[in-house]
Design a protein around this ligand. Sequence first.
Ligand SMILES: Nc1nc2c(ncn2[C@@H]2O[C@H](COP(=O)(O)OP(=O)(O)O)[C@@H](O)[C@H]2O)c(=O)[nH]1
Ligand SMILES: [Mg+2]
Length: 402
Amino acid sequence: MSEETPKKRGLFGRLFRRGGGEAVEPPEPDEEPTSGEEADAPAPAEPPADQEPSPEEEPLPEPEGVGEAPPPEPAEAPPVPVPEEEGEAEEGSGEDFPARAGFLARLRQGLAKTRQGLAQKVDRVLFGKKEIDAETLDELEEALVTADLGVATVMRLVDEIREKVSRKELVRPEALREHLKAAIREILVAEEARPAPEGVRPWVIMVVGVNGVGKTTTIGKIGARFRREGKRVILAAGDTFRAAAIEQLEIWGDRIGAQVVRHQQGSDPAAVAFDAVEAGKARNVDVVIVDTAGRLHTKRNLMEELKKVRRVIGKALPGAPHEVLLVLDATTGQNAVSQARLFHEAVGVDAIALTKLDGTARGGVIVAICDELKIPIRYIGIGERVEDLRPFDAQGFVDALF
Ligand SMILES: Nc1nc2c(ncn2[C@@H]2O[C@H](COP(=O)(O)OP(=O)(O)O)[C@@H](O)[C@H]2O)c(=O)[nH]1
Ligand SMILES: [Mg+2]
Protein backbone atom coordinates (compact mmCIF):
# COMPACT_ATOMS: atom_id res chain seq x y z
CA MET A 1 0.00 0.00 0.00
CA SER A 2 2.82 2.35 0.81
CA GLU A 3 3.89 2.13 -2.82
CA GLU A 4 0.91 3.74 -4.37
CA THR A 5 -0.10 6.14 -1.65
CA PRO A 6 2.66 8.67 -1.21
CA LYS A 7 0.22 11.12 0.30
CA LYS A 8 -0.81 8.69 2.97
CA ARG A 9 2.76 7.84 3.61
CA GLY A 10 3.19 11.55 4.15
CA LEU A 11 0.46 11.45 6.75
CA PHE A 12 1.94 8.49 8.53
CA GLY A 13 5.38 9.95 8.21
CA ARG A 14 4.10 12.96 10.10
CA LEU A 15 2.31 10.81 12.62
CA PHE A 16 5.28 8.63 13.28
CA ARG A 17 7.55 11.55 13.84
CA ARG A 18 5.39 12.92 16.58
CA GLY A 19 5.62 11.92 20.21
CA GLY A 20 7.63 8.84 19.41
CA GLY A 21 8.84 7.57 22.71
CA GLU A 22 5.77 7.93 24.83
CA ALA A 23 4.77 4.83 26.68
CA VAL A 24 1.14 3.88 26.63
CA GLU A 25 1.22 0.86 28.79
CA PRO A 26 2.72 0.34 32.14
CA PRO A 27 5.71 -1.89 31.58
CA GLU A 28 4.22 -5.28 31.78
CA PRO A 29 6.24 -8.43 31.98
CA ASP A 30 4.72 -11.19 30.00
CA GLU A 31 5.52 -13.64 32.73
CA GLU A 32 2.83 -13.80 35.26
CA PRO A 33 3.68 -13.81 38.90
CA THR A 34 3.13 -17.28 40.18
CA SER A 35 2.12 -16.39 43.67
CA GLY A 36 -1.38 -15.33 42.70
CA GLU A 37 -0.85 -12.40 45.02
CA GLU A 38 -0.19 -9.69 42.51
CA ALA A 39 -3.36 -7.97 43.42
CA ASP A 40 -1.92 -7.06 46.76
CA ALA A 41 1.31 -5.76 45.41
CA PRO A 42 1.63 -2.01 45.30
CA ALA A 43 0.54 -1.06 41.87
CA PRO A 44 0.38 2.03 39.77
CA ALA A 45 -2.74 4.05 40.19
CA GLU A 46 -5.22 4.81 37.45
CA PRO A 47 -3.65 5.18 34.05
CA PRO A 48 -2.88 8.85 33.63
CA ALA A 49 -6.02 9.97 31.96
CA ASP A 50 -4.82 13.35 30.85
CA GLN A 51 -1.72 12.09 29.29
CA GLU A 52 -2.84 11.15 25.87
CA PRO A 53 -0.58 8.59 24.41
CA SER A 54 -0.08 9.06 20.75
CA PRO A 55 -2.01 6.79 18.44
CA GLU A 56 1.00 5.74 16.48
CA GLU A 57 1.78 3.37 19.29
CA GLU A 58 1.33 -0.15 18.13
CA PRO A 59 -1.74 -1.45 19.85
CA LEU A 60 -0.73 -4.01 22.36
CA PRO A 61 -2.95 -6.94 21.72
CA GLU A 62 -2.18 -8.57 25.01
CA PRO A 63 -5.20 -8.46 27.21
CA GLU A 64 -2.88 -8.48 30.17
CA GLY A 65 -1.21 -5.37 28.98
CA VAL A 66 -3.51 -2.60 29.97
CA GLY A 67 -5.30 -4.29 32.66
CA GLU A 68 -2.86 -4.24 35.42
CA ALA A 69 -2.71 -0.56 36.01
CA PRO A 70 -5.52 0.05 38.45
CA PRO A 71 -6.05 -2.87 40.74
CA PRO A 72 -9.56 -2.60 42.02
CA GLU A 73 -9.58 -1.58 45.61
CA PRO A 74 -12.85 -1.95 47.39
CA ALA A 75 -11.93 1.07 49.42
CA GLU A 76 -11.73 3.10 46.27
CA ALA A 77 -15.07 2.08 44.96
CA PRO A 78 -17.04 5.14 44.03
CA PRO A 79 -19.38 6.69 46.52
CA VAL A 80 -22.51 4.98 45.49
CA PRO A 81 -25.66 6.89 45.23
CA VAL A 82 -28.83 5.09 45.98
CA PRO A 83 -29.89 3.18 42.94
CA GLU A 84 -33.03 5.17 42.42
CA GLU A 85 -31.19 8.46 42.39
CA GLU A 86 -31.80 9.13 38.78
CA GLY A 87 -33.70 7.37 36.08
CA GLU A 88 -33.97 8.31 32.48
CA ALA A 89 -37.46 6.96 32.60
CA GLU A 90 -38.83 9.97 34.39
CA GLU A 91 -36.54 12.27 32.57
CA GLY A 92 -37.70 11.14 29.22
CA SER A 93 -41.27 11.92 30.15
CA GLY A 94 -41.05 15.33 28.56
CA GLU A 95 -42.36 17.20 31.59
CA ASP A 96 -39.03 17.10 33.22
CA PHE A 97 -36.99 19.46 31.17
CA PRO A 98 -34.48 20.58 33.76
CA ALA A 99 -33.64 17.00 34.68
CA ARG A 100 -33.33 16.05 31.04
CA ALA A 101 -31.15 19.08 30.43
CA GLY A 102 -29.01 18.10 33.41
CA PHE A 103 -28.74 14.60 32.07
CA LEU A 104 -27.53 15.82 28.68
CA ALA A 105 -25.25 18.38 30.28
CA ARG A 106 -23.53 15.62 32.20
CA LEU A 107 -23.11 13.63 29.02
CA ARG A 108 -21.53 16.67 27.40
CA GLN A 109 -19.36 17.19 30.42
CA GLY A 110 -18.36 13.54 30.47
CA LEU A 111 -17.36 13.74 26.83
CA ALA A 112 -15.58 17.09 27.15
CA LYS A 113 -12.13 15.66 26.60
CA THR A 114 -13.17 13.56 23.66
CA ARG A 115 -14.84 16.64 22.22
CA GLN A 116 -11.50 18.41 22.48
CA GLY A 117 -9.78 15.39 21.03
CA LEU A 118 -12.12 15.10 18.07
CA ALA A 119 -14.55 17.88 17.22
CA GLN A 120 -12.28 20.70 18.28
CA LYS A 121 -9.41 19.25 16.30
CA VAL A 122 -11.64 19.13 13.25
CA ASP A 123 -12.73 22.70 13.90
CA ARG A 124 -9.12 23.80 14.14
CA VAL A 125 -8.40 22.22 10.78
CA LEU A 126 -11.36 23.98 9.20
CA PHE A 127 -10.96 27.30 10.97
CA GLY A 128 -10.55 30.22 8.61
CA LYS A 129 -10.61 28.01 5.54
CA LYS A 130 -12.53 29.34 2.57
CA GLU A 131 -12.42 26.16 0.59
CA ILE A 132 -11.52 22.53 1.04
CA ASP A 133 -8.16 21.88 -0.56
CA ALA A 134 -5.86 18.88 -0.54
CA GLU A 135 -3.96 20.20 2.43
CA THR A 136 -7.15 20.59 4.43
CA LEU A 137 -8.00 16.98 3.73
CA ASP A 138 -4.56 15.79 4.79
CA GLU A 139 -4.86 17.74 7.99
CA LEU A 140 -8.33 16.37 8.56
CA GLU A 141 -7.04 12.85 8.08
CA GLU A 142 -4.32 13.41 10.60
CA ALA A 143 -6.72 14.99 13.09
CA LEU A 144 -9.06 12.02 12.88
CA VAL A 145 -6.31 9.44 13.23
CA THR A 146 -4.93 11.20 16.28
CA ALA A 147 -8.50 11.28 17.64
CA ASP A 148 -8.36 7.48 17.64
CA LEU A 149 -10.97 6.82 15.00
CA GLY A 150 -8.76 4.08 13.62
CA VAL A 151 -6.68 4.24 10.47
CA ALA A 152 -8.95 2.10 8.32
CA THR A 153 -12.05 4.06 9.25
CA VAL A 154 -10.35 7.40 8.74
CA MET A 155 -9.07 6.42 5.30
CA ARG A 156 -12.52 5.38 4.26
CA LEU A 157 -14.17 8.52 5.62
CA VAL A 158 -11.63 10.90 4.14
CA ASP A 159 -11.55 9.13 0.77
CA GLU A 160 -15.30 9.52 0.66
CA ILE A 161 -14.98 13.21 1.47
CA ARG A 162 -12.22 13.63 -1.12
CA GLU A 163 -14.55 12.17 -3.75
CA LYS A 164 -17.34 14.49 -2.79
CA VAL A 165 -15.02 17.48 -2.84
CA SER A 166 -13.73 16.61 -6.28
CA ARG A 167 -17.31 16.28 -7.52
CA LYS A 168 -18.09 19.66 -5.91
CA GLU A 169 -20.70 18.06 -3.71
CA LEU A 170 -18.84 19.37 -0.71
CA VAL A 171 -17.58 22.89 -1.05
CA ARG A 172 -17.85 24.81 2.19
CA PRO A 173 -15.90 23.76 5.28
CA GLU A 174 -19.09 23.89 7.38
CA ALA A 175 -20.68 21.41 5.03
CA LEU A 176 -17.69 19.15 5.46
CA ARG A 177 -18.12 19.29 9.21
CA GLU A 178 -21.79 18.38 8.92
CA HIS A 179 -20.97 15.58 6.53
CA LEU A 180 -18.40 14.18 8.93
CA LYS A 181 -20.78 14.37 11.85
CA ALA A 182 -23.43 12.53 9.85
CA ALA A 183 -20.97 9.88 8.71
CA ILE A 184 -19.83 9.24 12.27
CA ARG A 185 -23.42 9.12 13.45
CA GLU A 186 -24.21 6.58 10.78
CA ILE A 187 -21.38 4.32 11.91
CA LEU A 188 -22.49 4.56 15.53
CA VAL A 189 -26.22 4.20 14.94
CA ALA A 190 -25.63 0.92 13.17
CA GLU A 191 -24.08 -0.49 16.34
CA GLU A 192 -26.52 0.75 18.93
CA ALA A 193 -27.39 -2.27 21.02
CA ARG A 194 -31.01 -3.31 20.84
CA PRO A 195 -32.83 -3.55 24.15
CA ALA A 196 -32.67 -6.94 25.80
CA PRO A 197 -35.87 -8.90 25.30
CA GLU A 198 -38.23 -9.07 28.23
CA GLY A 199 -39.42 -12.30 29.68
CA VAL A 200 -36.27 -14.43 29.66
CA ARG A 201 -35.64 -15.35 33.25
CA PRO A 202 -33.06 -15.24 34.59
CA TRP A 203 -31.35 -13.10 31.98
CA VAL A 204 -27.69 -14.02 32.28
CA ILE A 205 -24.97 -11.53 31.46
CA MET A 206 -21.36 -12.66 31.48
CA VAL A 207 -18.98 -9.75 31.81
CA VAL A 208 -15.46 -10.06 30.41
CA GLY A 209 -12.46 -7.79 29.91
CA VAL A 210 -8.92 -7.25 31.10
CA ASN A 211 -8.16 -6.13 34.64
CA GLY A 212 -8.83 -2.54 35.48
CA VAL A 213 -11.14 -1.70 32.61
CA GLY A 214 -14.09 -1.33 34.97
CA LYS A 215 -15.84 -4.71 34.87
CA THR A 216 -16.81 -4.90 38.50
CA THR A 217 -17.80 -1.25 38.69
CA THR A 218 -19.85 -1.60 35.53
CA ILE A 219 -21.55 -4.68 36.96
CA GLY A 220 -22.47 -2.67 40.04
CA LYS A 221 -23.85 0.13 37.91
CA ILE A 222 -25.79 -2.21 35.64
CA GLY A 223 -27.11 -4.07 38.66
CA ALA A 224 -28.24 -0.73 40.09
CA ARG A 225 -30.12 0.04 36.88
CA PHE A 226 -31.95 -3.29 37.04
CA ARG A 227 -32.70 -2.81 40.72
CA ARG A 228 -34.15 0.60 39.96
CA GLU A 229 -36.52 -1.12 37.56
CA GLY A 230 -37.57 -3.34 40.44
CA LYS A 231 -35.75 -6.38 39.12
CA ARG A 232 -34.11 -8.97 41.32
CA VAL A 233 -30.44 -9.39 40.68
CA ILE A 234 -27.75 -11.92 41.56
CA LEU A 235 -24.09 -11.08 41.10
CA ALA A 236 -21.58 -13.90 40.66
CA ALA A 237 -18.07 -13.28 42.00
CA GLY A 238 -16.31 -15.03 39.15
CA ASP A 239 -13.04 -13.15 39.51
CA THR A 240 -11.74 -15.67 41.99
CA PHE A 241 -8.17 -14.80 41.20
CA ARG A 242 -8.01 -12.10 43.84
CA ALA A 243 -9.76 -11.84 47.19
CA ALA A 244 -10.12 -8.10 46.72
CA ALA A 245 -12.19 -8.64 43.61
CA ILE A 246 -14.68 -10.79 45.50
CA GLU A 247 -14.98 -8.23 48.28
CA GLN A 248 -15.42 -5.43 45.80
CA LEU A 249 -18.38 -7.21 44.25
CA GLU A 250 -19.87 -7.91 47.68
CA ILE A 251 -19.71 -4.23 48.49
CA TRP A 252 -21.63 -3.50 45.33
CA GLY A 253 -24.14 -6.22 46.19
CA ASP A 254 -24.78 -4.60 49.57
CA ARG A 255 -25.16 -1.18 48.06
CA ILE A 256 -27.63 -2.09 45.40
CA GLY A 257 -29.47 -4.80 47.26
CA ALA A 258 -28.36 -7.75 45.16
CA GLN A 259 -27.33 -11.16 46.38
CA VAL A 260 -23.76 -12.15 45.68
CA VAL A 261 -22.82 -15.75 44.99
CA ARG A 262 -19.21 -16.31 45.92
CA HIS A 263 -16.76 -19.06 46.63
CA GLN A 264 -13.39 -18.62 48.19
CA GLN A 265 -10.43 -17.07 46.48
CA GLY A 266 -8.73 -19.37 44.01
CA SER A 267 -11.77 -21.53 43.42
CA ASP A 268 -13.13 -22.44 40.01
CA PRO A 269 -14.91 -19.46 38.46
CA ALA A 270 -17.05 -21.74 36.32
CA ALA A 271 -18.40 -23.32 39.51
CA VAL A 272 -19.26 -19.90 40.90
CA ALA A 273 -21.07 -19.00 37.70
CA PHE A 274 -22.91 -22.33 37.73
CA ASP A 275 -24.07 -21.85 41.31
CA ALA A 276 -25.15 -18.30 40.59
CA VAL A 277 -27.28 -19.35 37.64
CA GLU A 278 -28.75 -22.25 39.64
CA ALA A 279 -29.53 -19.83 42.46
CA GLY A 280 -31.05 -17.46 39.92
CA LYS A 281 -33.39 -20.18 38.70
CA ALA A 282 -34.25 -21.43 42.17
CA ARG A 283 -34.94 -17.97 43.57
CA ASN A 284 -36.67 -16.78 40.45
CA VAL A 285 -34.50 -13.71 39.99
CA ASP A 286 -34.60 -11.57 36.87
CA VAL A 287 -30.95 -11.05 36.13
CA VAL A 288 -27.71 -12.87 36.91
CA ILE A 289 -24.53 -10.91 36.20
CA VAL A 290 -21.31 -12.89 36.20
CA ASP A 291 -18.03 -11.13 36.94
CA THR A 292 -14.86 -12.75 35.59
CA ALA A 293 -11.12 -12.43 36.00
CA GLY A 294 -9.13 -10.20 33.69
CA ARG A 295 -5.91 -12.04 34.04
CA LEU A 296 -4.59 -15.46 34.63
CA HIS A 297 -1.19 -16.98 34.31
CA THR A 298 -1.25 -16.69 30.60
CA LYS A 299 -3.56 -15.05 28.15
CA ARG A 300 -4.41 -18.49 26.82
CA ASN A 301 -5.44 -19.65 30.24
CA LEU A 302 -7.67 -16.66 30.62
CA MET A 303 -9.44 -17.30 27.36
CA GLU A 304 -9.74 -21.02 28.10
CA GLU A 305 -11.17 -20.21 31.48
CA LEU A 306 -13.68 -17.81 30.00
CA LYS A 307 -14.76 -20.38 27.45
CA LYS A 308 -15.31 -22.85 30.24
CA VAL A 309 -17.32 -20.33 32.27
CA ARG A 310 -19.43 -19.71 29.23
CA ARG A 311 -19.96 -23.41 28.61
CA VAL A 312 -20.85 -24.16 32.19
CA ILE A 313 -23.34 -21.30 32.35
CA GLY A 314 -25.00 -22.91 29.33
CA LYS A 315 -25.20 -26.19 31.22
CA ALA A 316 -26.94 -24.57 34.15
CA LEU A 317 -29.35 -22.80 31.81
CA PRO A 318 -29.56 -23.70 28.13
CA GLY A 319 -29.33 -20.57 26.01
CA ALA A 320 -27.36 -18.71 28.65
CA PRO A 321 -25.34 -16.56 28.82
CA HIS A 322 -27.78 -14.37 26.96
CA GLU A 323 -25.25 -11.65 26.64
CA VAL A 324 -21.47 -11.65 26.80
CA LEU A 325 -20.64 -8.06 27.65
CA LEU A 326 -17.08 -6.95 26.96
CA VAL A 327 -15.87 -4.02 29.02
CA LEU A 328 -13.30 -1.79 27.32
CA ASP A 329 -11.47 1.18 28.75
CA ALA A 330 -11.61 4.16 26.36
CA THR A 331 -8.37 5.59 27.73
CA THR A 332 -6.49 2.75 26.06
CA GLY A 333 -7.42 3.96 22.59
CA GLN A 334 -6.61 1.55 19.79
CA ASN A 335 -5.61 -1.05 22.33
CA ALA A 336 -9.30 -1.40 23.13
CA VAL A 337 -9.91 -2.45 19.53
CA SER A 338 -7.24 -5.15 19.79
CA GLN A 339 -8.71 -6.42 23.03
CA ALA A 340 -12.15 -6.58 21.48
CA ARG A 341 -10.81 -8.71 18.65
CA LEU A 342 -9.15 -11.15 21.03
CA PHE A 343 -12.13 -11.55 23.31
CA HIS A 344 -14.52 -11.80 20.41
CA GLU A 345 -12.48 -14.56 18.83
CA ALA A 346 -12.24 -16.46 22.09
CA VAL A 347 -15.67 -16.20 23.66
CA GLY A 348 -17.89 -14.32 21.25
CA VAL A 349 -18.89 -10.86 22.40
CA ASP A 350 -22.50 -9.73 22.08
CA ALA A 351 -22.12 -6.17 23.28
CA ILE A 352 -19.61 -3.69 24.59
CA ALA A 353 -19.49 -1.34 27.54
CA LEU A 354 -16.96 1.42 26.89
CA THR A 355 -15.85 2.96 30.17
CA LYS A 356 -13.87 6.00 31.34
CA LEU A 357 -14.88 8.22 28.47
CA ASP A 358 -14.79 11.03 31.02
CA GLY A 359 -11.08 10.64 31.57
CA THR A 360 -9.80 10.68 28.04
CA ALA A 361 -9.63 12.46 24.73
CA ARG A 362 -9.51 9.06 23.08
CA GLY A 363 -13.25 8.44 23.05
CA GLY A 364 -13.14 8.60 19.26
CA VAL A 365 -12.12 4.97 19.54
CA ILE A 366 -15.81 4.14 19.80
CA VAL A 367 -16.05 4.91 16.09
CA ALA A 368 -13.22 2.48 15.31
CA ILE A 369 -14.84 -0.19 17.46
CA CYS A 370 -18.18 0.15 15.72
CA ASP A 371 -16.75 0.45 12.23
CA GLU A 372 -14.13 -2.26 12.41
CA LEU A 373 -15.73 -4.80 14.70
CA LYS A 374 -19.45 -4.33 14.21
CA ILE A 375 -20.16 -5.26 17.80
CA PRO A 376 -23.02 -3.32 19.36
CA ILE A 377 -22.26 -0.81 22.09
CA ARG A 378 -24.61 -1.27 25.01
CA TYR A 379 -23.26 1.13 27.61
CA ILE A 380 -20.85 3.98 27.93
CA GLY A 381 -19.22 5.00 31.19
CA ILE A 382 -18.70 8.71 31.70
CA GLY A 383 -17.78 8.81 35.37
CA GLU A 384 -17.73 6.92 38.60
CA ARG A 385 -21.25 7.59 39.78
CA VAL A 386 -23.98 5.05 39.21
CA GLU A 387 -25.85 7.32 36.83
CA ASP A 388 -22.68 7.81 34.81
CA LEU A 389 -23.18 4.48 33.13
CA ARG A 390 -25.50 5.23 30.23
CA PRO A 391 -27.19 3.05 27.70
CA PHE A 392 -25.48 3.99 24.47
CA ASP A 393 -27.47 6.38 22.35
CA ALA A 394 -25.63 7.19 19.14
CA GLN A 395 -27.56 10.34 18.34
CA GLY A 396 -27.10 11.77 21.83
CA PHE A 397 -23.45 10.81 21.75
CA VAL A 398 -22.75 12.56 18.47
CA ASP A 399 -24.73 15.62 19.52
CA ALA A 400 -22.71 15.83 22.70
CA LEU A 401 -19.53 15.61 20.67
CA PHE A 402 -20.11 18.01 17.80
N1 LIG B 1 -13.63 7.87 35.57
C1 LIG B 1 -14.18 6.66 35.42
N2 LIG B 1 -13.71 5.64 36.15
C2 LIG B 1 -14.26 4.42 35.98
C3 LIG B 1 -15.32 4.21 35.06
N3 LIG B 1 -15.64 2.90 35.11
C4 LIG B 1 -14.83 2.34 36.02
N4 LIG B 1 -13.99 3.25 36.56
C5 LIG B 1 -12.92 3.03 37.55
O1 LIG B 1 -11.95 2.12 37.06
C6 LIG B 1 -11.31 1.45 38.13
C7 LIG B 1 -11.26 -0.06 37.88
O2 LIG B 1 -12.56 -0.59 37.90
P1 LIG B 1 -12.90 -2.09 38.25
O3 LIG B 1 -14.38 -2.19 38.14
O4 LIG B 1 -12.31 -2.50 39.54
O5 LIG B 1 -12.19 -2.86 37.05
P2 LIG B 1 -12.09 -4.43 36.78
O6 LIG B 1 -10.72 -4.85 37.18
O7 LIG B 1 -12.29 -4.58 35.30
O8 LIG B 1 -13.16 -5.11 37.54
C8 LIG B 1 -12.11 1.81 39.37
O9 LIG B 1 -11.41 2.78 40.10
C9 LIG B 1 -13.40 2.39 38.82
O10 LIG B 1 -14.00 3.32 39.68
C10 LIG B 1 -15.79 5.33 34.28
O11 LIG B 1 -16.69 5.25 33.43
N5 LIG B 1 -15.17 6.53 34.51
MG1 LIG C 1 -13.06 -6.63 38.88
